[in-house]
Ligand binder design. Structure first.
Ligand code: CA
Length: 226
């Protein structure tokens, strides 16, 4: 499947160079010149990878990166930061906000394409998935793909696991069926009307802690913090 890359860069000539280099590699490329517009669009329709300039009008690259990491749908999206040479000192800050890699301007298009491929590959192997989420009696070990409820291991399907992880990523927050569909669909197609069935099954498997998965009538679901 064609991978989509979002390029956020206010300098038109650099943006054109990036578009050309990435399209030549067979990627589908979207370009944004404004930070604020870019952030809204990235959250609305997450790409497979973001090439993000540091210095931008509106919202800067660091803020965009932080915002992407906060949202479950984009938390795992690889981000390559572009930075001018004199900004190299800031690379540590960028890694702290969750950027995957850096490219210093001026860059060679060939090197850039290689770094994009590496970042996509690294994410595909899931090396940064080792976080453990804990909500009340429910523990989700993302690295081991294991869930326990009241200390007992629960056997979930891939879809149920993603569903629970999505709800647990922001306890208390209501998620619509559509958001759930978008978050859990990957290799499996999940329809809005089948979300209810997945939730019912997930609740049953969790046992007593399953009641923390609450129905919000007419909207969707949330995982209650006790
Ligand atoms: Ca710039």
């Amino acid at each position: 499947m064609t991978k989509s890359i979002a390029v956020v860069e206010d300098e038109r000539d650099v943006a054109d160079l990036l578009r050309h280099a990435l399209e030549k590699e067979g990627f589908e490329v979207r370009v944004y010149h404004d930070g604020k517009i870019a952030l809204a669009e990235l959250l609305r329709k997450p790409p497979d990878l973001v090439v993000l300039d540091w210095m931008l009008p509106g919202v800067d690259g660091l803020e965009i990166c932080k915002a992407l990491r906060r949202e479950p749908r984009t938390a795992e999206t690889p981000v390559l930061m572009l930075t001018a040479r004199e900004e190299e000192i800031d690379q540590v800050t960028g890694l702290e906000v969750g950027a995957d890699d850096y490219i210093t301007k001026p860059f060679s298009p060939r090197v850039l394409a290689a770094r994009v491929r590496t970042a996509l590959r690294r994410r595909a192997t899931g090396s940064s998935d080792s976080e453990v989420l804990k909500v009340g009696p429910i523990t989700i070990d993302q690295g081991r793909h294991q869930v326990t409820a009241d200390g007992k291991v629960v056997s979930l399907t891939a879809t149920e696991f993603k569903l629970l992880r999505f709800l647990a990523s922001r306890p208390g927050r209501v998620r619509t069926r559509l958001e759930i569909v978008e978050a859990v669909s990957g290799e499996v197609a999940v329809l809005e009307r089948t979300v209810d069935a997945h939730v019912t099954s997930l609740r049953r498997k969790l046992g007593a802690p399953g009641e923390l998965v609450e129905t919000v009538r007419g909207v969707g679901y949330r995982l209650r913090e006790e």
